[in-house]
Design a protein around this ligand. Structure first.
Ligand code: 5GP
Ligand code: MN
Length: 339
């Protein structure tokens, strides 16, 4: 189901207001890209705008216009609480329920600000006053382009905004390899290029800025930590705290690792289990019609998209992996016949 409150939102943003833009924890390229693009756009419409993220974002995203002004809740809580309390309007970009704001969630829930969702995940929660929620689209960043168009403001999209939208589309589609069988995605990309973006350069900023230890962590993940279960068409990687410490883990260093497990022929389900402070972060990826968001929601209290989902588990690393292995037999037939 789609929610398209464009007309109502146009009216709500017609007068200058204090606007706070929020996005999900472990912010990725689409989260940061769509939030910063929205911020630049709203500033052009004379709003006072602040972007807030629950926790830090990877360095390879720290080039988009406006990134220096992002507030990080886990680093500066009191400043963030103040920003939440002062907001007239709070946008939720690239996530579908306030729980994904982690420790910031309660403050946002208690705020009287008008809450507006812009997102591409299925089944948005009822915590928002207005929703722009479309799931058959590459990314929230692409949706944001449509949003600006629907606001009648496409002339306000400049090169800076175009770069943010490009980053969001590219990162959420694995450089245009999934969730992108849409003509409109390519039409929008063409428009972004017409605004003068250098796609090759931006792609390098995102993907070719590994530290040596990040690349070695990737090598270790694949050579030592990959488990392949051919009978279940499944492969997974386990990284403990010690593994991460050994390779001087920095936020974002495991981004993309799970995709290598999925790149094996006839492997249709891949997972990455990562031990973090007090939680195990799980990433799921799948091919074709096998829905990992359903699996993540049903067994790990997570969610996401059909082919890319995740969860944060409070069970131990061993327990989490054991649970995953336990549920595989019931999916065996489905995993065999993915199309
Ligand atoms: P990643 O594996 O890259 O961290 O996340 C892939 C996708 O899964 C994200 O775009 C997001 O949609 C979803 N996701 C990741 N972690 C969680 C989580 O803890 N809860 C929910 N509901 N979705 C998540
Ligand atoms: Mn997204």
């Amino acid at each position: 189901m789609e929610n398209t409150d464009f007309d109502l939102v146009r009216e709500k943003i017609s007068q200058p207001s204090n606007i706070l833009i929020t996005t999900h924890s472990n912010p990725d390229g689409d989260a940061i890209g769509s939030s910063l693009a929205l911020a630049s756009y709203l500033k052009k419409k004379n709003h006072s705008v602040q972007v807030m993220v629950p926790d830090p974002y990877p360095d390879f995203l720290a080039w988009m216009a406006g990134h220096e002004d992002i507030l990080v809740f886990s680093n500066s809580e009191s400043e963030c609480v103040k920003a939440i309390e002062q907001a007239d309007i709070i946008f939720a970009a690239d996530y579908n329920n306030l729980g994904r704001l982690n420790d910031a969630a309660g403050f946002v829930r208690r705020s009287n600000a008008i809450k507006i969702l812009i997102d591409h995940h299925l089944v948005p929660s009822d915590e928002f006053d207005y929703k722009i929620s479309i799931s058959r689209i590459s990314s929230t960043s692409e949706l944001l382009y449509n949003f600006i168009e629907k606001m009648g403001d496409i002339h306000l999209v400049d090169k800076n905004i175009a770069e943010c939208i490009y980053a969001g589309i590219i990162t959420d589609t694995g450089s245009l390899s999934y969730s992108c069988n849409y003509v409109k995605t390519y039409q929008i990309l063409a428009n972004l290029f017409q605004l003068g973006i250098d796609g090759e350069h931006l792609h390098r900023l995102i993907y070719d800025t590994y530290s040596e230890s990040r690349l070695r962590l990737l090598g270790y993940s694949i050579s030592d930590q990959l488990v392949v279960l051919h009978e279940y068409h499944c492969a997974y990687i386990i990284l403990s705290r010690e593994d991460l410490q050994r390779f001087n883990y920095q936020i974002g260093d495991t981004e993309g690792v799970v995709n290598y497990a999925l790149s094996i022929k006839d492997i249709n389900l891949a997972a990455l289990f990562m031990e973090r402070e007090g939680i195990v972060k799980v990433s799921f990826r799948s091919k074709g019609n096998f829905a990992v968001n359903t699996l993540a929601a049903e067994y790990f209290n997570g969610g996401g998209h059909r082919n890319a989902a995740g969860a944060n588990c409070t069970t131990t690393l061993e327990e989490t992996v054991a649970k995953f292995r336990q549920i595989l037999p019931q999916y065996q037939t489905m995993l065999k016949s993915v199309y």
